[in-house]
Design a protein around this ligand. Structure first.
Ligand code: COA
Length: 259
């Protein structure tokens, strides 16, 4: 996989995508968005990648949002065209493989939304979060108005969206925007530890667990519970379930194949 704006590393069943525009604080331009969709497509069918970590290059930013230079000359029609088709936020949110945002600095605007589209957010203490679009006369357009209130509640989401204020990682952790807060310098090691622990589980069960939790956000409770039962039975039919149960009874670690 060779990309202009991304670095991809796959080891120990963990794929790490690094957005590599540190001089521009990893801002999301058209090329980054296109390449992210392509990379996610490739990782979807790559059995060596069981967990996906997404991060930004350098020590300043995860992603400082949409590339604002692209907004300067665009007409609304051109913006509509740019927002049509496959969008990285939705591709990430619908990934069948677990996704982790490893947040090493500013996660603003589209950067915060990219993190919101992941299953989990792990951040260093020096990270900063915000939806500053309002300062540009805009609103979040990468899912922020929908995913942020679902994750942290409407009041807290509106505070960020209406003020454009940045919050520090400690506050983001307290309000549930960050799942795991890590000391500066320990982010990569801690993220890898969590990612490899997840990657050791059955890929089938991971996919079904994600599908079941996604139903919790979309469906009424009774429909979600019915879907959970069906997905549980699907998991029950997998080779990985037979292996997992046998390994427990034989007091040995399981070896999951993803079937
Ligand atoms: N789009 C385009 N370029 C961006 C950018 C963005 N979202 N964020 C940063 N950059 C560029 C800067 O223009 C600058 O480029 P230059 O060196 O060619 O002048 C470079 O990245 C470094 O940015 P700088 O502001 O000098 O770094 P900083 O560390 O002092 O501040 C931020 C970092 C993220 C706080 C600041 O860049 C910022 O506020 N960015 C915009 C955030 C935003 O509003 N995002 C939402 C967009 S909808």
């Amino acid at each position: 996989m060779a990309f202009e704006t991304l670095l991809i590393d796959i080891s120990d069943h963990v794929a790490t995508i690094t957005i590599n525009r540190p001089d521009k604080r990893n801002a999301l331009n058209g090329a980054v968005r296109r390449e992210l969709v392509e990379a996610l497509d490739q990782l979807r069918i790559d059995d060596t990648a069981r967990v996906i970590v997404i991060t930004g290059a350098g020590d300043k930013a995860f992603v400082a949002g949409a590339d604002i230079t692209e907004f300067a000359e665009r007409t609304p029609l051109e913006q509509r065209e740019a927002m049509q088709g496959r969008r990285v936020f939705d591709e990430l949110a619908s990934s069948p493989k677990p996704t982790i945002a490893m947040i090493n600095g500013f996660a603003l605007g589209g950067g915060c939304e990219l993190a919101l589209a992941c299953d989990m957010r792990i951040a260093t203490r020096s990270a900063r979060f915000g939806q500053p679009e309002i300062r540009l006369g805009l609103i979040p357009g990468g899912g922020g108005t929908q995913r942020l209130p679902r994750l942290i509640g409407a009041g807290r989401a509106l505070r960020l969206i209406l003020t454009g204020d940045l919050i520090d990682a400690e506050e983001a952790h307290r309000i549930g925007l960050v799942d795991i807060l890590v000391e500066d310098g320990a982010l990569q090691a801690r993220t890898r530890e969590i990612a490899t622990a997840i990657a050791a589980h059955s890929p089938v069960a991971l996919r079904l667990a994600k599908e079941a939790v996604a139903a919790a956000l979309e469906a009424p409770l009774s429909a979600g519970l019915a879907q959970e039962r069906e997905l549980f039975i699907t998991a029950f039919g997998s080779d990985d379930r037979r292996e997992g149960v046998a390994a427990f009874l034989e007091k040995r670690p399981p070896e999951f194949t993803g079937r």
